[in-house]
Design a protein around this ligand. Structure first.
Ligand code: ATP
Length: 922
């Protein structure tokens, strides 16, 4: 017996119209309703299917903080859709291909309790019922149906139709690929027999569960139905042609994180295996979604070995991703959707599987030989068939492309519509809150002036790269710069050092929800009024003493920072090499340089040394926690770097400049010469920031590797004091690759990060660097992912009241707040230095700070980064901090210089995988 092509095959191909053609995996998404338990605990449903193909995340919209995330698939099913609907409108065509000799598979993927089993039970039953129906209507053919069922649990394969619990082995069959050894195959007689077999499987499963504890949601179950059919007229005549194909129903294990379900010991091992199978499945899907080039690691798990033909091979495949709408499951839901996004890019190439008796095969081969001989004798013109076929393929591709475009445009339209609705809602809210703030706020007089005297016009914010949410063009005559020429402030924002004012966006000044923000910010953003007053008093007392402190530190170290700043040579990298360095960096680098060879321990000491040196300013903000993870300056930074000089004509911090998507550190001449102040000392250098970032990404990557490969060694405790199993064990590594709808996803992640920075009291300098460096390049996804995980971890630890122990120092919510306050004090001092009196005056006016009030600088700094919902506030905050720390945007150079992005966009796309990422990071 053997598979053949030829005339018979052509006949079946014609019949099916799909055989031998590549087609994408069909991806269906099913949202279940909130369960009774979830409803009882007042859970909120955050996901909504806005049409037949798009699902939308709504939570952040309701809070008015971030934009919705929309995901589109072949079909999405709302909570009130029945399984029959999912079958008929989704899986049916794929599943029933099997009766025409085409292999097919239906998967259910999703977190525990999302509805996988609920869905698959129905899909299996409906398919079998349709198959029986088909058989009855095709009398001319004889059918044999075979049923088998296996379970993969802890990488052991078990036969669910057998009472023998001995694990089955996988064998490599040259013709059939990987097969399960000795699996029971029952000939399926009728509907009752089918139900009977299902019951046996269920009973076996339950026995397994009793023995091993709740294993059903942790095992993968595969029910396989094989159909062989032959034309009755040839039966028994030795030349019969048989179609043989299988349909697989795969109920995967819950894809939730191990940390949520596992504790230790056997359960942890269980989790490792689940993750191994799902991780491999995720990796395989991810690789396949980028094309079938290179090695695909099917053999890394039993699941992918068995399912290899369904994943990019000879089968038609549908994946049903099941989702819970509950807010508490949002992370898992996102992971499932990211998996689904990858899956929809995977193509398979199903063929009609025809098997012949030996006699028929010989006959067929003889015929084929004769045909080829005659072709050789009289070759047909080169054009004809093959040309037509090529033309047809081209047309098909064009149609496919146009269909894709239509889908994309429809998605954009739906999204735009939904945004308009949200906008209208937000405008309504804004009006309400403005009313409230005007009447309630003590500074409502200023507000009135603003609203009355400003000519405010709606402006397109497309220029800014941000959605148009309540943004207004800002043309305030109060900003006349007073030079008598009548020019208003927005037209001339030159600051004393020649840069443009952060208040200018480069094209037009924009501002959103001003009244709201002014009302919020006049009393400080994050702290309550009491804290604020205390802080002001504290500054009053410290103001004079701080500079003295730093002077005495300088004396104690005995270091000549000017020399260090200009010429720091590194052992082992050649003497006399110059490093770009601020005085403080030079100081830090000098310490690191001596300790480089001995690695982390020594560097840690250098940090504690720095801690002694410094006035403990932003010491324990999460930024510094992040920095201290940095075990040594990466290789790339040891090479000679050009001294970046401050460019007086540098471009403004404009979100509009597509060329200058990356910021860079600048060091003005004065700084390079070593003239520094105590405030300068506190600033985290851009190099350190980038180096830390790279290191975090690397550690994060390594952690993923540990999760993926170190499965037999049990839990190891990572640097955060957490089980490595707890972190980043998602089967697919979502945040570390740019998803397909990256611009949208970038916007969403950036919003979340901004929120988390606020929640976790992350250093403002860090926020600014990060915000200005990562503006949506696809490779930024790595760093956004790392930052998101880091911040989520921080938030989680803070919310549990945990302290994070590091290098003998602890970081808690309270300590991070304190450190942030200190950083603000430091920045408020810099405000005096970096902005002229006139500029400060404008800033105060603009930020609603009374010119006769006390501690105006601190008031201003306290407002920075506080209004996380307001895009323009964030842009302006970043611009102000950037100016304070002398961070000037200057094109892509910096990112590339620091090795954050080496490859050309083209090359990156081609080689966007983990290995390459690691190379980039190292
Ligand atoms: N679409 C739906 N409509 C109504 N109820 C549903 C739906 N989907 C799931 N449920 C209910 O939710 C619960 C969990 O569903 P189910 O057992 O199918 O989840 P699962 O994803 O298979 O979980 P596990 O991974 O643990 O096996 C069940 O009580 C089921 O009846």
């Amino acid at each position: 017996m053997g598979a053949i092509g030829g005339e018979e095959l052509m006949k079946w191909e014609k019949m099916q119209g799909v055989s031998g053609r590549e087609e994408k995996i069909l991806v269906l998404v099913r949202l279940r309703p909130l369960s009774e338990k979830e409803s009882a605990s007042n859970e909120v449903a955050d996901w909504e299917c806005i049409n037949d193909t798009t699902i939308l995340y709504r939570n952040t919209l309701r809070e008015g903080s971030t934009f919705p995330s929309a995901y589109s698939f072949d079909k999405v099913f709302r909570g009130d859709c029945s399984t029959r609907q999912v079958y008929e409108e989704g899986a049916q065509t794929i599943a029933l291909s099997v009766v025409s000799g085409i292999n097919s598979s239906i998967f259910a993927y999703g977190q525990t309790s999302s509805g996988k089993t609920y869905t698959m039970v129905g899909i299996t039953e409906y398919t079998v019922a349709d198959i029986f129906d088909y058989i009855q209507r095709h009398d001319e053919r004889a059918f044999v149906l075979k049923f088998s069922a296996i379970e993969i649990y802890n990488e052991a394969v078990r036969d669910l139709l057998s009472t023998d619990n001995t694990p089955l082995r996988l064998l490599d069959d040259p013709e059939r690929g990987t097969i399960v050894e000795k699996v029971t195959e029952e000939t399926l007689r009728d509907w009752n027999h089918f139900q009977e077999l299902l019951s046996i499987c269920e009973a076996q499963r339950q026995i397994g569960e009793t023995l091993l504890n709740e294993r059903s949601s942790r095992s993968h179950q595969i029910i396989k139905l094989t159909i062989e059919s032959s034309a009755r007229e040839f039966l028994g005549k030795g030349n019969s042609t048989t179609l043989a194909a299988s349909v697989n129903f795969i109920d995967l294990a819950g894809s939730e994180r191990a940390s949520q379900a596992l504790s230790a010991g056997a359960r942890l091992k269980e989790g490792c295996h689940i993750n191994r199978s799902l991780l491999t499945l995720g990796t395989v899907i991810r690789k396949l979604s980028k094309g079938k080039h290179g090695h695909i690691n099917y053999r890394d798990s039993k699941l992918t070995r068995i399912l290899q033909p369904c994943l990019g091979g000879n089968a038609r495949t549908a994946i049903i991703c099941t989702l819970s709408p509950a807010r508490s499951h949002v992370e898992q839901t996102r992971n499932t959707l990211l998996f689904a996004c990858c899956a929809k890019e995977v193509t398979t190439k199903a063929q009609v599987n025809v098997v012949m008796s030996d006699k028929a095969l010989v006959k067929h081969l003889q015929k084929e030989l004769a045909r080829l001989e005659s072709e050789l004798k009289s070759p047909t013109p080169a054009s004809s068939t093959s040309d037509y076929a090529a033309l047809l393929r081209k047309k098909d591709l064009r149609i496919e492309k146009m269909e894709k475009e239509i889908r994309e445009l429809t998605k954009q339209r739906d999204l735009a519509e939904s945004r308009i609705q949200d906008l209208l809602r937000m405008i309504g809210n804004e009006q309400n809150s403005r009313q409230a703030s005007i009447s309630d706020h003590p500074r409502s007089h200023g507000e009135d002036m603003w609203d009355d005297d400003c000519s405010v016009s709606e402006s397109s914010v497309a220029d800014l790269g941000y959605p148009n949410v309540g943004v207004r063009k800002f043309e305030n005559p109060h900003y006349d710069d007073g030079d008598g020429d009548g020019r208003s402030y927005p037209e001339d924002h030159s600051l004393s050092d020649g840069t443009l004012s952060p208040l200018s966006t480069g094209k037009q000044l924009v501002r959103s929800h001003f009244s709201q923000r002014q009302a919020d910010s006049a009393v400080g953003t994050a702290e309550d009024a009491d804290d604020y007053c205390k802080e002001v008093r504290c500054i009053e007392m410290e103001e004079s003493s701080k500079d003295k402190n730093s002077e005495s530190h300088a004396l104690r170290t005995g270091r000549n920072e000017e020399t260090l700043a200009l010429n720091v040579s590194r052992d082992g990298d050649g003497a006399g090499q110059e490093m770009m360095s601020t005085p403080v960096n030079a100081n830090r680098e000098a310490m690191e340089a001596g300790m480089m060879s001995s690695g982390r321990l020594k560097l840690t000491r250098s940090w504690s040394c720095r801690a002694d040196l410094m006035t403990d300013s932003i010491e324990s903000t999460p930024l510094n926690w992040f920095e201290r993870e940095f075990p040594g300056r990466p290789e790339g930074l040891r090479r000679k770097l050009p001294l970046l000089t401050y460019d007086a004509n540098a471009r403004s911090l404009s979100r509009n400049d597509s060329q200058s998507s990356i910021g860079t550190a600048s060091i003005d001449e004065q700084q390079a010469k070593g003239a520094k102040t105590s405030a300068d000392v506190e600033i985290t250098s851009i190099q350190t920031f980038v180096a830390g970032l790279k290191q975090m990404a690397k550690l994060d990557y390594e952690k993923q590797l540990v999760d993926g490969h170190d499965q037999e060694t049990g839990p190891t405790v990572d640097k955060f004091g957490k089980d490595v199993q707890d972190v980043g064990v998602d089967p697919i590594l979502p945040a570390l690759e740019a998803p397909l709808d990256w611009p949208l996803e970038f916007e969403r992640q950036q919003r979340t990060i901004i929120e988390l920075w606020h929640t976790c009291n992350v250093s403002l300098v860090h926020r600014t660097y990060f915000f200005l460096l990562f503006k949506g390049d696809p490779t930024d996804s790595i760093y956004l992912g790392v930052e998101l995980r880091r911040l989520s971890f921080l938030k989680e630890s803070f919310s549990r009241g945990n302290q994070i122990l590091e290098n003998g120092r602890s970081l808690t919510l309270a300590s991070s707040m304190k450190a942030l306050r200190r950083e603000r004090e430091m920045l408020s001092k810099l405000l005096q230095k970096r902005f002229s009196e006139e500029e400060r005056k404008r800033l105060f006016q603009r930020w609603g700070i009374a010119l006769d009030s006390k501690r105006r600088r601190l008031q201003l700094v306290n407002q920075l980064w506080g209004n996380t919902n307001d895009t323009n506030h964030i842009i302006e905050s970043a611009a102000i901090v950037a100016k304070l720390i002398r961070f000037v945007e200057r094109g892509r150079a910096l990112k590339e210089m620091f090795g954050l992005s080496f490859a050309s966009p083209h090359a990156r796309r081609r080689s966007f995988n983990w290995k390459n990422k690691k190379a980039i990071l190292l």
